[in-house]
Design a protein around this ligand. Sequence first.
Ligand code: ATP
Ligand code: ATP
Ligand code: MG
Ligand code: MG
Lengths: 225, 225
Amino acid sequence: AIVARGIEMIYQSGAERFRALKNIDLDVKRGDIQLLMGPSGSGKTTLLSILAGILTPTAGSVSLLGEEIFKLSGSKLAHFRLQNIGFIFQGFNLFPALTAIENVEVALNLKGIRKGAARQQALGLLDQVGLSQQAKRHPQDLSGGQKQRVAIARALAGNPRLIMADEPTAALDSHNGHAVIELLRNLAKEKGRTVLIVTHDPRIIDVADSVAYLEDGVLKAGAHR
Amino acid sequence: AIVARGIEMIYQSGAERFRALKNIDLDVKRGDIQLLMGPSGSGKTTLLSILAGILTPTAGSVSLLGEEIFKLSGSKLAHFRLQNIGFIFQGFNLFPALTAIENVEVALNLKGIRKGAARQQALGLLDQVGLSQQAKRHPQDLSGGQKQRVAIARALAGNPRLIMADEPTAALDSHNGHAVIELLRNLAKEKGRTVLIVTHDPRIIDVADSVAYLEDGVLKAGAHR
Ligand SMILES: Nc1ncnc2c1ncn2[C@@H]1O[C@H](COP(=O)(O)OP(=O)(O)OP(=O)(O)O)[C@@H](O)[C@H]1O
Ligand SMILES: Nc1ncnc2c1ncn2[C@@H]1O[C@H](COP(=O)(O)OP(=O)(O)OP(=O)(O)O)[C@@H](O)[C@H]1O
Ligand SMILES: [Mg+2]
Ligand SMILES: [Mg+2]
């Protein structure tokens, strides 16, 4: 479902030229849970953003569900991402002016699900991450782990076929962390979604089909399990 | 060094009245490493913010280094915090308009350390968290774990006697996480600082003198080790 070839990323800021990703190839089969691990600063967020079409690589190609995403026009790519990818950001990126439930409802609205149906599905998603009591809170009135869980609920809205998560359990304790891992495992194994997870959390290794390691922008595949 | 008695925190937002902390007592001896663990939403950030004087409790008292902090005037409290507390925020709270090194230098300036001395100390602190190569970057051009490490360096600036850290290893991999834990351990055991750490990270338990658990706003002390 995900095929990346020859990915290069060079960040240019002023005189500085930093090669963050070096000639990366990656294959993820449909319905698999693929982990991406590695030291802080190794390029995981950069790679995930490129695989999700959020960031354009300096070189290389990415094919998602058979579609060469960087050959699409800007608006076609935006539409493709909306329809097919649920992205969980490392920094959550919630809309501060909206409540928890509105944050999820907006994602549903963008997929054509509205009003009563949107409200119901949003409540269901918040319930899955243990946040039904916090539906009307704004992000500033939520704990770190609660914000992370709203971001997870929002990414899962509308059942995207590809889920890309950047450290989805970083702010979570043992119980909530396990609940999220189980949620992601179920989406892949019972519902056939393809799940790509960047993580430092060794607990997630147990549910992975494959683990790859990034170090200084170079990808080494762990053994396919 | 830290004595908290009868801490209550009630958040009021509109009609909602939420009791986040319930009659909390805590004692932390000087030079100890105290851990505060518990589920997402249990009140850890709230309690830490109160212990640091950043948030005023609905009831109760906090004494730091013998000083009753909520009896101080606003400016005296601000001055006391500046002189004595290094705080690492769960969301890092870096100044986006400043570079990594400037973020640390500003903290030193506020303590009367300037120019050459500030630059040198800032570089030393960044080096301790493995970021000497990233000194001139702005926060938006840093990875999640790099931002966390700048926040740590900044909190340690000027050698504060109390260090309060809200999930300081959440965004860090194994190697960097261990380096930070060792840094904090050394500050307590070799340099006599008092270190209070909110964490979900079980690796930190090994260096702790005491572990307390928060659940739904109620504190239970773990055994003093
Ligand atoms: N401004 C606020 N208004 C209302 N409720 C709040 C506010 N800030 C925090 N809360 C609630 O208080 C409780 C404790 O929040 P806190 O941020 O202290 O939790 P935490 O233990 O740090 O969680 P995490 O591990 O997820 O960071 C949570 O249920 C949270 O939703
Ligand atoms: N806009 C940018 N300009 C320059 N360098 C950048 C920029 N964004 C990221 N980098 C650098 O690229 C490298 C990879 O960053 P990335 O955010 O992908 O790391 P990461 O593996 O996700 O780290 P972490 O585990 O800390 O989140 C880092 O060294 C980072 O400093
Ligand atoms: Mg990252
Ligand atoms: Mg918190």
